[in-house]
Design a protein around this ligand. Structure first.
Ligand SMILES: [Zn+2]
Length: 268
C-alpha cells in the first residue's frame, strides 16, 4: 500500500510580495471579503488577489490552497495590515450577547509557534497501524466548508489529510483514542499563529475566546471607495477606470484635497 504524495506546501510562514495597491485591487478585495461565501474560500481568493508572490513563487489559487492553515492565517493578517492601521486594538464580537467591542491586541505582534521537524508530515501510531497525514491546508478547509457528510468534521478532516489509500475508511474506523492522538500530533507538529484571545466581554461580562478575524474588520469596503471615485470624478471629470487605476495613497490624497476645498467653500 503506497501513500499518496503530500499536497501541503512545506512552508510555515512564507515570505510574500503584495501587488501594487490600487483602487482596482481594493474593489476586488471588497467584493471578496464581504461576500457570503464560506470563509476558507474567501481567504483563498483574497490571498490570491493581494499577493503577487508567496515564497518567491507566482501566486495561484492552487498554491494558496496548498498552504497550511496557519500560513494562510498569517498571510491574511499580513494582507490586513496593508489596509488596516494597527492601532493596538481590534473589533471582536461576543459569542454570548453578540455585541461588538474593542479588544486590545496588536495584529503585527500575534504570537507564532514554529513547525515541527517533519512538517508538513505527521506520523501517528494508531490502532489500525502507523498512519501518515499531511498538515491541514486551505483545500481541506474549503472541502470541509462545502461538503456536508455524515461524519463529524474532525473525522472528515482525517479522511482529507490522511495519506494512506485507505484514508476514507480509516477515518471511520479510528477509535476515539486514535482521533485524540492524531489531533495531539497535529497540534504538536503544525505551526500556529495566534488568532484567538481569551477575554471578558465588557457588555455581558462573559468569559469568552474572541477570534481575531481580519476578514471582519480590516479590508476595504466598496462604499468608501466609490465615494472617493464619485468625488474625484465630479471634481476633475476623470473616468472611473483611470481613478481606480491610481495608487491608493494618491487617490486618497486627491479625495482629501477635494474635501478640504469643499470645507473652505462652505460645502455643498
Ligand atoms: Zn457579551
Amino acid at each position: 500500500m503506497t501513500d499518496r504524495a503530500l499536497q501541503t506546501l512545506a512552508v510555515a510562514f512564507p515570505s510574500y510580495l503584495p501587488r501594487a495597491l490600487t483602487g482596482d485591487l481594493e474593489l476586488s478585495l471588497a467584493e471578496i471579503a464581504w461576500t457570503r461565501a464560506p470563509r476558507p474560500a474567501r481567504v483563498s481568493h483574497l490571498l490570491n488577489t493581494v499577493f503577487d508572490r508567496i515564497s518567491g513563487q507566482p501566486v495561484s489559487l492552487d498554491r494558496v490552497r496548498r498552504l497550511t492553515s496557519s500560513a494562510r492565517e498569517w498571510l491574511l493578517q499580513r494582507a490586513a495590515l496593508l489596509f488596516w492601521t494597527d492601532k493596538g486594538w481590534f473589533q471582536a464580537q461576543c459569542r454570548v450577547c453578540e455585541q461588538y467591542f474593542d479588544l486590545p491586541l496588536t495584529l503585527a505582534a500575534a504570537p507564532r509557534k514554529p513547525a515541527g521537524e517533519t512538517f508538513p508530515l505527521v506520523s501517528v501510531k494508531t490502532s489500525l497501524g502507523l498512519r501518515r497525514f499531511e498538515a491541514p491546508n486551505g483545500g481541506h478547509e474549503e472541502d470541509l466548508a462545502f461538503e456536508q457528510g455524515d461524519l463529524p468534521p474532525e473525522r472528515r478532516l482525517l479522511a482529507l489529510c490522511g495519506l494512506a489509500e485507505s484514508a476514507a475508511a480509516d477515518a471511520r474506523a479510528f477509535s476515539k483514542a486514535d482521533v485524540t492522538r492524531i489531533e495531539a500530533a497535529f497540534e504538536a507538529h503544525c505551526p500556529d499563529v495566534a488568532d484567538v484571545v481569551a477575554t471578558r466581554c465588557p457588555a455581558c461580562q462573559a468569559d469568552i475566546e474572541a477570534r481575531i478575524d481580519p476578514l471582519q474588520f480590516a479590508f476595504p469596503r466598496s462604499q468608501q471607495l466609490l465615494r472617493d471615485v464619485h468625488m474625484i470624478a465630479s471634481a476633475y471629470h476623470w473616468g472611473e477606470a483611470d481613478i481606480l487605476a491610481l495608487p491608493v495613497a494618491r487617490r486618497r490624497g486627491y479625495a482629501s484635497l477635494i474635501r478640504a476645498e469643499k470645507g473652505r467653500g462652505g460645502g455643498r
